[in-house]
Design a protein around this ligand. Structure first.
Ligand SMILES: C[S@@+](CC[C@H](N)C(=O)[O-])C[C@H]1O[C@@H](n2cnc3c(N)ncnc32)[C@H](O)[C@@H]1O
Length: 280
């Protein structure tokens, strides 16, 4: 076990992260501040975490505070993560959605908490591979995340061999990526459907709010587990408003809606997705 420094006010740092990203950090994981904030310390020309805390307490510095909250996020992701939602979309959910949208010829997806973009690009590859008819449609895949660093990486669409080797069928690598040195870059036809930007899911208003911003499919996976129950409830109420009445919500495999009264769970394809329940 890594020892934390007793002179650091970790409670202050936990509170700071909670205030900005609503991520609840358990005191048993305080050592993460020591490992994750080394770059922030270096950028500030500081050697010790206690100096950073003193500095923050002495003078408000929103930019620095934000970089701390961002550095503490967990960005674990992979292409076609937990494969079943993608398979279910391919075999049943998307054919039905496409049929019901054939007059408007448009589909909107949101990878909320997209991390480095693999979820959004997986969707784009799925559409390209199995639904060529969508080529003439207006299809958008929005990716948002609180961390500017991961959003920048998602926009670049450039991945290391190790990231590529996680979850991508070999044929997809050859077909949808270009080899650049040690890395692979997403080809333009896959990237062009995707748009990434920074957004905090826990700020008073969600990044999309107009009626025409409604989504057909929202992926909100593996992010709510870091939020308190009240935060989850507020977020899912906002997500409910942004989902088309026949839209589909995917949560992470261990996540549940905080307010089950507004969602209908549907078990299919070895996974669970959620439909918004309409007020009667
Ligand atoms: C574990 S990753 C999940 C990525 C992807 N959804 C998946 O399931 O593979 C969680 C992501 O949530 C982001 N995140 C944490 N708190 C957030 C917040 N308040 N608003 C938006 N994104 C947040 C983190 O930056 C991180 O990239």
């Amino acid at each position: 076990m890594i020892e934390t420094s007793s002179s650091v006010d970790y409670g202050y740092l936990r509170q700071l992260v909670f205030g900005l990203s609503q991520n609840v950090l358990d005191p048993s994981r305080d050592y993460l501040f020591d490992t994750r904030l080394t770059k922030v310390l270096r950028n500030q020309g500081m050697a010790r975490l206690e100096d950073l805390v003193h500095h923050l307490k002495a003078k408000k510095n929103p930019l620095l505070e934000r970089s701390i909250a961002e550095a503490m996020t967990i960005n674990e992701t992979s292409f076609f993560r937990d494969g079943r939602p993608f398979e279910l979309l391919r075999t049943g959910l998307l054919p039905a959605l496409i049929e019901s949208r054939r007059m408007v010829r448009g589909l909107r997806f949101w990878s909320a908490a997209c991390s480095t973009g693999q979820e959004a690009y997986s969707l784009s590859m799925l559409l390209h591979e199995h639904f060529p008819l969508l080529a003439g449609w207006n299809v958008r895949i929005e990716g948002t995340d609180i961390s500017a660093e991961v959003v920048e990486r998602a926009s670049a669409g450039r991945y290391h061999r190790i990231e590529i080797n996680r979850g991508l069928p070999a044929r997809f690598v050859v077909q949808y990526f270009e080899h650049v040195g040690e890395d692979w870059t997403v080809k333009p036809e896959i990237r062009k459907l995707c748009n990434f930007r920074q957004a905090n899911l826990c700020s008073p208003s969600l990044p999309f709010n107009r009626a025409e911003d409604r989504f057909d499919v929202i992926f909100l996976r593996n992010v709510m587990l870091y939020f308190s129950q009240e935060t989850r409830k507020a977020l899912l109420a906002g997500i409910h408003r942004l989902l088309a009445p026949d839209g589909i919500l995917f949560l992470g495999s261990s996540e549940q809606p905080a307010d089950p009264s507004i969602w209908t769970p549907v078990l299919a394809g070895g996974t669970c997705h959620f439909r918004p329940r309409q007020p009667s």
